[in-house]
Design a protein around this ligand. Structure first.
Ligand code: TMP
Length: 214
């Protein structure tokens, strides 16, 4: 099963992925592959560094879109597809929906074009479940900026430097995507880590109960 996490900056995706992975290991004896985009393998990590570098503020929207697609194509072929073929559960921090949200709703590139490029990069792989951690962009952005100042330094902040309107468009875009497809579950990401983790576990447990093998 392929589960992706989506949401604006500072919505708590990474923390929740780690917790879900731990819960799946302890409760269900599964050992999920945990990965992320952009990145997840050596070549895609190098592309990530280019994409997020604040020194690259001159990058144009088309170049940005194609770099995300290039990173995804490598990551899918090298990590995600083989893991799914081996029957592993894959938890991925962002995937193709992020490109629709950020490059589509955020930058204004055409959604059908992005969908086409995504289908090339993903080899047609679509998540079985997408957990959208919905959160207020103003609080999320402040949280992400504070965290990045401590952990990643100034170099991975190109998107944190975008204004609040950009992040509001992304949040609204994600909600539109979620309304259009059944594979999405929108999670209220307000509350402490345990509360949000419990919401996610309820959804996964319900899926297991209805016989959807993880
Ligand atoms: P992260 O902060 O979740 O690691 O993601 C890095 C940034 O890349 C984040 O600001 C969202 C952005 N992004 C896109 O713009 N398009 C994409 O397709 C992906 C995967 C991420």
């Amino acid at each position: 099963m392929f589960i992706t996490f989506e949401g604006i900056e500072g919505s708590g995706k990474s923390t929740q992925i780690t917790r879900l992975s731990h819960w799946l290991s302890t409760e269900f004896d599964l050992s999920p592959v945990v990965t992320r985009e952009p990145g997840g393998c050596e070549i895609a990590d190098k592309i990530r560094a280019i994409l997020l570098d604040t020194a690259n503020s001159a990058m144009n929207e088309q170049a940005e879109l194609l770099l995300y697609a290039a990173a995804r194509a490598q990551h899918v072929a090298q990590i995600i597809q083989p893991a799914l073929e081996q029957g592993r559960v894959v938890l991925c921090d962002r995937f193709s929906d992020a490109t629709l949200a950020y490059q589509g709703f955020g930058r204004g590139l055409a959604l059908p074009l992005i969908t086409q490029i995504n289908s090339l990069a993903t080899l047609g792989i679509v998540p079985d479940l997408t957990l959208l951690l919905d959160f207020d962009p103003e609080i999320g952005l402040t949280r992400a900026r504070e965290r990045n100042a401590i952990t990643t330094g100034p170099d991975e902040n190109r998107f944190e430097q975008e204004n609040l309107d950009f992040h509001r468009r992304i949040r609204d875009g994600y909600l539109l995507l979620a309304a259009a497809e059944d594979r999405f579950c929108v999670i209220d990401a307000n509350g402490d880590t345990e509360t949000v983790a419990a919401r996610i576990q309820t959804i996964i447990a319900a899926k297991l109960q209805y016989g959807q093998a993880l």
